[in-house]
Each structure stands twice: as C-alpha cells, then as structure tokens.
Design a protein around this ligand. Sequence first.
Ligand SMILES: CSC[C@@H](O)[C@@H](O)C(=O)COP(=O)(O)O
Length: 358
Amino acid sequence: MRTIDWVDGAVEIIDQTALPGRLTVLRLTTVEQLVAAIQRLAVRGAPALGVAGALGVAMAARQSTDRAAAVRLLETARPTAVNLAWGARRAAARLPEGADAVLAEALSVRDEEIEASAAMATRGADLLAELCGARPRLLTHCNTGALATVVGGTALGAVLELHRRDTLGTVVASETRPLLQGARLTAWELGRAGVTYRVAVDGAGPFLMARGEVDGVVLGADRICANGDVINKIGSYAHALGAHRAGIPFVVVAPESTVDMATASGADVEIEDRGADEVLSVHRSPAPDSRPPIPSAGPAGPDARSAGPGAESAGPDQSAGWATVGAVNPAFDVTPHDLVTAIVTERRVIRLDRGERV
Ligand SMILES: CSC[C@@H](O)[C@@H](O)C(=O)COP(=O)(O)O
C-alpha cells in the first residue's frame, strides 16, 4: 500500500491523523483539499510532501483553475521541508507542455522517490552496520518510514533493512511531542514489520545514550543545507547533543531532493511554528475504529488540556482563560553540521565527521 498515489485522476493518501487507530484512505480531488491535508499533517514527511506537491500541480493542470495560484498554494502550504516546493516546481515547469506532461513529471517524482527509498535503505543499513557494530541498538525520532515517503522510508527504511537482514538489535522510537509521529506512526510501522521496539519520551533519548543503551541515532531530514546543517523534527538537536556527548554516531538518511544547496545554513531556514494548541494539550490515542478523524491539525483522538487555568478539570466548557496561556511550538530544529556523523542519500554517503562536504 502506498502512502500517497495518483488514482483515477485524483490524489489518494493514507490519513495519518487517524493512525494508529484506523487505516483510512482519503481521496482528494482539489488542490484546496490537498493543501488542507498537508497542513493538518494527514500527509506528512519531507519525501511524501515532495510527491504531494508534484501530484497537486498535476491535479491543477487538469482542472479549470488558476494554475499559478494553485502552484503557489502548494509550494507554501508548509515552509520548512524543501521537498514540497521542489516537487511542486518540478511539475510546474512542465505546465507549458500541457496536463499530460505535468502528470508524467509528477509520476516521475513519485517513482524516483520509491527508487530512492530502496537505495537509501541499503546504503543506510550498510553504514549503520559499519558504524554501530553488530546488532545495533538504534534510536530514531519522528517518522521516517513508508508513511513519510511513498513506500519504504529513509532512516526507518534503513532500520527495517537491518531487520530484514536479521542484524538489528532493538529500536527506541522517540515519542515526538507534540503530534507523536514517533509514538503513533513509527511504532505502528515497526510493529507491522515485527520489529522489537520501545517508545520513549523525547527527553529520555540523551539519557538512554548516556546510560549506554543506544549504539547510534538514525533519523531523517526536512532540509539539508549547503554547509551540512540538518533541519528535522523538533527534538533532533537534543538527540544530536546526546549522541555527541555519549560518543555514538548520529546518522541522517534523506533523499537528494532534501539537499538544498541554495540555502547556506540552518540559520536561513524558515522554521514552521504550529501555534499553541498542539503544545497545551496532551493527545490520548483513540481506541481502534472508535471515532472518525478530526479535521483540525494533529492526530485524531480526544486531547486533554495540560497547562494553564483549569487544566486539572479541563473540558470543552473549561476553556475560558486559555487565550492567556503562552506556548511556543517550533515544529523543527537545526542540528549543526559538526554534530552530524554522516548523511546518507540514495547516491552517496557524506562523512561529515571526516570533513567531507555536502
Ligand atoms: C523521511 S521524513 C524526514 C522528516 O520529514 C521527518 O523526520 C519529519 O521531521 C517530519 O515532520 P512532519 O511535521 O511530521 O512532516
């Protein structure tokens, strides 16, 4: 099953807000529907966003709509993962040739993404085996599996390849507050693959490393800058600091489409801020099939207020005063290049620890 695909003239996605409770496919027939799905993270993860951007332009090319406006909407739906604008622009470059050419380009983006995932799994697994020893105990953050790509995955693809080789130790899936991509999505993927894993709160990662329970950190990227700085899900930087202190490898697996040579360093990247609500609540997972996905940002399931006035008894009718509670919610952070051991793409391994350049 593909996370995102072109099916009979529309874009179909697995609705990631409904997981792990329900596996639901959404059929999106307009650019506006696709943009809304991107913004509420029904489809997410940098490579999948690249495919979404390209397929969205293919959809616009076939409809009587303002195509330039549609491309702009798609490019800017989320600001941080470079793949989204990259995919939209790549398909948009074929607009003068007509809708069939645009669709062909978008399908190439999808197919190249599938091939890239397979190549990254092999290269990534080889490198992890070399750097982290036999049967490595790995920590990963956010979700970088099939759900973040089309099939396969980036960092999690490499972890799953080690599992297929029967050379994987164990996996710690870092929870990934506030939207729980690790606890909800990575755990779901690892469980389906039969991998032994443990979920840990984000703050536990560096301590588990210090305690000698992790042989290496492997995660993905939303953008890799020209100087090697890595932009990824908030919490990645803390894991990089922990890995550095513990003296274990910090490996980034991402496709070439995530490498952004036009951006000099992490300081130049717009970091998406997703607002206070996601931070000021704690998500409770729904029972399987218990309720339909909610249309707002973030995972489906009842949220409980966790801070501020009335939190101890909060419910929908207890919300007075919440407007005064502050929160800051950067969705991504910057791991400086000197904390990165290596970057693995479908074409190369860049050993930043040995002074190699992106
Ligand atoms: C292979 S996906 C790499 C990154 O896109 C992933 O780690 C991540 O940060 C995703 O963030 P998200 O906000 O869920 O789209």
